[in-house]
Design a protein around this ligand. Sequence first.
Ligand code: ATP
Ligand code: MG
Length: 213
Amino acid sequence: MDEHTDVQFKSLSRVGIMGGTFDPIHLGHLVTAEAARSEFKLDKVIYVPSGQPPHKKGLHVTDKKRRYLMTFLAVSANPYFEVSRAEIERPGETYTIDTVRYFKKNMALGSELFFITGADAIFEILSWKNVDELFELCTFIAATRPGYNLGGLRKKLSTELKGRQLEKIIPIEVPAMAISSTDIRERVKKGRTIKYLLPEPVENYIHKKNLYK
Ligand code: ATP
Ligand code: MG
């Protein structure tokens, strides 16, 4: 990925990355990223739609250009939000470690990188490629979503993790939102409404392109 054609983040000192399949992006993602931005005083949150997610192998995933476009439509109204093409332009399976390395390499010395994720995904992360290096390069912001209580998460983390990794996962509470992309896709398929679960331009795009039917 050529950094000149992607989001510019060289001058920023606190950057958040929001990774996801975003099939489609919804208000759960936006509320979480905004809460992290505000609580951690991030200069920007950069959404990174995944290319070919290794954990979704065999499942049908919408074309990456369309997922990128929906993400772009959803975040363009927030000056603190950007979308990166880093993963959709990388050939083959995409791994978070490559993305984090790419961001870190292009950021100023002394700047800080945060990886924003749902709390439910944090235990998956421990099974990711190059997990030790990941923890060296960034701090994880783990947002609770419905069904995951913060106290329980802290307890589970402290029994399963070593000191250094534990310090680099910071749980935050976001307004509980029972929204998921899976549910939105199922609703569309059944002809049920998805209004107010995601930004209107994304809803319009889904209907116009007949996605998830
Ligand atoms: P799917 O149902 O297809 O798995 P999803 O809604 O989980 O989709 P992803 O693109 O897989 O969306 O998630 C990207 C990131 O956003 C993950 O870190 C996930 O934990 C987080 N996330 C998803 N939905 C919510 C939500 N409602 N509240 C907070 N975080 C969320
Ligand atoms: Mg998910």
